[in-house]
Structure formats: C-alpha cells, structure tokens
Design a binder for this molecule. Structure first.
Ligand code: G3P
Length: 216
C-alpha cells in the first residue's frame, strides 16, 4: 500500500520524505489555508520534495473553470495530480484530463456508486473519506470494501486512495482490504512507527549493553 501524507506543510513533508517511505502528497483548499502560503508557490515546492503524485485541488465548480484551473496547476510540475470534486462537472473534467494523460484524483467520494462513476470517467485515484463517513454514522471501511469489490469485478485501474484517515486502525483496515493508497496527516503516519514495547525493548537492551562496558 502506498503512503501519501495529507498536508501542505513543507517541513513535515520533507521530514517524512527523508524516511524513504513517502509515496506522494495530497492537499486540499483547507490544508492550503492552514499552511498560510501562496497556493501555486507551495504546490511547486511540494512537487520538488517528492517523486510521486501531489494532488492539487481545483476550486471552480463548472467544467470550463475546472479545466482553466487545471491548466495552471499542471504547468507547475510533471507530478501534479489534479484533484476534482465528485460532481457531474468534476467527472466531465476528469474524463477530459485523463484522456490527455493528466493524473486526476476524484475527491469527496462517499458512496460506492460515486466511486464506480469515477472509475468509468478514467480517474487515476478515487478518494473515499473514511473519517468523515464514520463521523456521520456510516461505516467508512465498509465503503472501501465495496469499492475494492466493484473495481476488482471490472478490473478498473483506478487506485483506491483512502482519505480522511484519522488513526492507525484505519490504516490497518485499508491494508487488510487491499486499498492501493492511504493518505493521512503527518501525526497519524508518525504514530505508525511507534509501539510501547519497542520503546521498552530498546530501554532494556541499552541498560544491559551499558553493563558490558563495550562500544561498537
Ligand atoms: O484531503 C482529503 C481528506 O483526507 C480530508 O480529511 O480529516 O479533513 O476529513 P479530513
């Protein structure tokens, strides 16, 4: 499963990229607002920090406006992935852009039927929001299971990008189901490295090593 980080904080992205485990980045207008930086400038900078796809979201709601914004965004770097909302105009834009070879991430997916439409529109990635689904009394991971089943039934190439990930259990379940990608905030990714028994084990080994009086 590929790991994307869901942030526009370049310091966090650079730090995680240094682990060699980061496969891409996702941003959205809220994350850009949180970063407090110029959208085009920060997106260009993020694209230089990772080799993989960097999702940059359009804000126009109509097809012509989305195409115009995508034109600006895709000039930033070859690894820009245009993010469009799951609407009629968003999917029209997806079809047009992927037809020209541009990567597209269809976002704000909350049903398996929406994911089916995105795959038919040639989406490179579909982003079902599991955390927001859970928040509203639905089962986010059940949605991922349904999409996996449908995409496998028809051998769709669209990658399932599990978004709105809130904790390690979402990551574990996504991997069990066979999702292609998950995107999570930096803190959630950092949390995956940690285990109390790992810390305790290191502490014990170092205490015993000190008793030997040796060095390597
Ligand atoms: O980038 C899309 C998605 O991951 C947003 O997550 O936590 O705002 O629901 P969240």
């Amino acid at each position: 499963m590929k790991f994307f980080v869901d942030t526009a904080d370049t310091a966090e992205i650079a730090d995680l990229a240094a682990t060699g485990l980061l496969d891409g980045v996702t941003t959205n207008p809220s994350l850009i607002a949180r970063a407090g930086r110029d959208f085009l400038e920060v997106t260009r900078e993020i694209c230089a920090l990772v080799d993989g796809p960097v999702s940059a979201e359009v804000v126009a709601l109509d097809h012509a406006g989305m195409l115009r914004e995508a034109e600006v965004l895709r000039k930033l770097a070859p690894n820009v992935c245009i993010k469009v909302p799951l609407t009629v105009d968003g999917l029209k834009t997806c079809k047009a852009l992927t037809g020209e070879g541009t990567m597209v991430n269809v976002t704000l997916c909350f049903s398996a039927n929406q994911a089916l439409l995105a795959a038919k529109a040639g989406a490179s990635f579909i982003s079902p929001f599991v955390g927001r689904h859970d928040d509203n009394g639905f089962d986010g991971m059940e949605l991922i299971r349904d999409i996996r089943l449908i995409y496998d039934n028809y051998a769709f190439a669209t990658e399932i990008l599990v978004a709105s990930v809130r904790h390690g259990v979402h990551v574990l379940e996504a991997a069990r189901i066979g999702a292609d990608v998950m995107t999570a905030p930096p803190a959630v990714i950092r949390g995956l490295f940690r285990h109390v028994l790992t810390d305790k084990g290191i502490e014990g080994f170092l205490a015993d090593w000190a008793k030997t009086g040796q060095s390597i």
